[in-house]
Design a protein around this ligand. Structure first.
Ligand code: BJW
Ligand code: ZN
Length: 242
């Protein structure tokens, strides 16, 4: 389909849709100045994922892992949502739509932008979890007097983030699957689509009959399977589009 007709068809589908899922990844926050994982200059270029994003890495050197996440917290605290986050929040507020933002991001910028129904598949930078008693707490510190920080029970606190080899939070994942199966359009934004089971969500939507629109800076597996693919920056495409 020629590019203009492709844009038009996708735009019409979104204007008509009553139930929409936005499935997002690190590319959405790139224009807020936060590094993605797998792009040139991304986080995994500075440090191997198995050194900071696995339970084994945390067991071996919790202070090293915490320093990585404290730096991520500082970067996220210093930034704000960009036009892509805001366009998705604004779209949900108009016309009484049922919108879910299913995100792999841990930075909380969708919520700051005003999105109400945000399902965080990979946890949050802004929570800790106790290794001993399991207590989960909101925590926005960007430094601790003692690293790793300790729970009141004496146990070690870890970031409440889903690392490689760990299960996604079951209730969040179920809610995301359900939203995917119900939606008419699934908009996939700023993700390389290589990390499973999260990357399966748009396929679930497609199998249940949804149209898929991909907005991404490069072609991905999702883009190749999508009904529509708009190549470029989310912060430039989405505000015009939604
Ligand atoms: C722009 C842009 C702009 C840039 N505008 N676009 C099958 C095969 C092999 C392995 C597996 C498999 N199934 C599962 C696995 C294992 C593993 C996995 O998927 N590995 C693959 C990498 C091979 N998965 C897991 O381990 C998961 N758990 C699991 O499977 O558990 C099983 C289990 C069940 C029951 C009990 C116990 C266990 C957990 C995965 C957790 C991943 N966590 C991470 C890091 C922690 C969070 C953090 O520190 O922030 O989450 S990995 C990292 O990747 C992070 C992200 O959420 C995730 C996805 O990355 P994302 O968002 O797509 O970013 P990028 O950088 O990859 O892509 C950015 C894109 O944006 C690019 O395309 C750019 O072009 C684009 N872009 N600027 C638009 N301005
Ligand atoms: Zn505890």
């Amino acid at each position: 389909m020629p590019r203009d007709r492709e844009r038009l068809a996708a735009r019409e589908a979104l204007a008509r849709a009553r139930r929409v899922v936005f499935f997002t990844g690190a590319g959405v926050s790139a224009e807020s100045g936060l590094a993605t994982f797998r792009d040139a200059g991304g986080l995994w270029e500075g440090v191997r994922p198995e050194r900071v994003a696995t339970p084994e890495a945390f067991a071996e050197d919790p202070a090293f892992v915490w320093r990585f996440y404290l730096a991520r917290r500082a970067a996220a605290a210093a930034t704000s949502p960009n036009p892509a986050h805001r366009a998705m929040a604004e779209y949900a507020r108009s016309d009484h739509r049922e919108v879910a933002v299913v995100t792999q991001n841990v930075d909380g910028l969708h919520q700051v932008a005003g999105s109400a129904n945000v399902l965080e598949l990979h946890g949050s930078l802004w929570r800790t979890r106790c290794e001993a008693c399991g207590a989960v707490a909101e925590d926005r510190a960007t430094s601790f007097s003692e690293v790793p920080p300790r729970c009141r029970c004496g146990g070690m606190l870890r970031p409440d983030i889903v690392w490689f080899g760990e299960a996604l939070p079951p209730t969040v994942f179920q809610a995301a699957s359900q939203a995917a199966r119900r939606c008419e359009v699934c908009v996939v934004v700023g993700t390389s689509a290589v990390v499973y089971p999260a990357a399966g969500i748009p396929y679930e939507a497609a199998r249940a009959g949804a149209r898929i629109l991909v907005v991404n800076a490069e072609e991905t597996e999702h883009a190749r399977e999508a009904d529509w693919f708009l190549e470029g920056k989310a912060g430039e495409i989405l505000p015009d589009f939604l």
